[in-house]
Design a protein around this ligand. Structure first.
Ligand SMILES: [Zn+2]
Length: 208
């Protein structure tokens, strides 16, 4: 019996339902990368959909990041594959969905999604990012509560930002801001975080 012990399991609980109060600070080069583990490898990010949410949603989210940034994001029909030397490798990110209300260390009842990255050990290339989409918050048939299509899209786009190595930022008008949001437009802080992670002029330019 094989027991896999995950060495790295950094997670972000995202889209928390909470009120932030009025934020007066304008977004100015605020960049939060602390503790964010990106799933990008070889300049690209392959993702596969094993959730009940439609694959076009992942493609739409990937496309808007892809169209603005340097990382090539593409959807794959597989979650693992064999390398030429016979090793098993994994797609960079896999999407899952479920009712996570009793999980996520107590936040499953209020967070719409989360991202984490797991690896068998410190040196392994067999790592995979995981994005979990929470039906309890976004598509709750027992309580009759449903996110709008745009709100679902926001969550998926936000989580993909984590897979790109961006952490949450706290200024409104950015995709990496937490909340039940539906306006999918990038802000200055998204740009600056992306460029801090992927290099100067890797996004809009003008950031770090
Ligand atoms: Zn987040």
């Amino acid at each position: 019996m094989k027991k896999i012990i995950y060495f790295v399991s950094i997670l972000f609980i995202c889209g928390l339902i909470m009120s932030f109060g009025k934020i007066n600070v304008k977004s100015t080069a605020y960049t939060n990368l602390n503790g964010s583990y990106m799933a990008v490898s070889l300049g690209s990010l392959w993702h596969a959909n094993q959730s009940t949410y439609s694959s076009w949603r992942m493609n739409d989210a990937g496309n808007i990041w892809h169209n603005s940034g340097s990382v090539n994001i593409s959807q794959k029909s597989f979650t693992s594959y064999k390398t030429s030397d016979g090793r098993t490798a994994y797609t960079d990110v896999v999407f899952l969905s479920d009712d996570y209300s009793d999980r996520w260390e107590g936040n499953g009842w209020r967070a719409s999604g989360r991202y984490y990255k797991e690896c068998p050990n410190r040196f392994s290339r067999m790592c995979q990012g995981v994005i979990e989409l929470n039906d309890y918050v976004m598509w709750n048939t027992s309580l009759g509560r449903y996110y709008s299509s745009a709100e679902i899209q926001y969550t998926i786009t936000h989580e993909m930002g984590h897979a790109l190595g961006l952490a949450d930022n706290k200024y409104s008008g950015n995709i990496m801001t937490q909340g039940r949001l539906s306006s999918i437009y990038f802000g200055r802080d998204d740009n600056d975080s992306y460029e801090a992670r992927h290099g100067k002029n890797s996004f809009w330019g003008g950031g770090y």
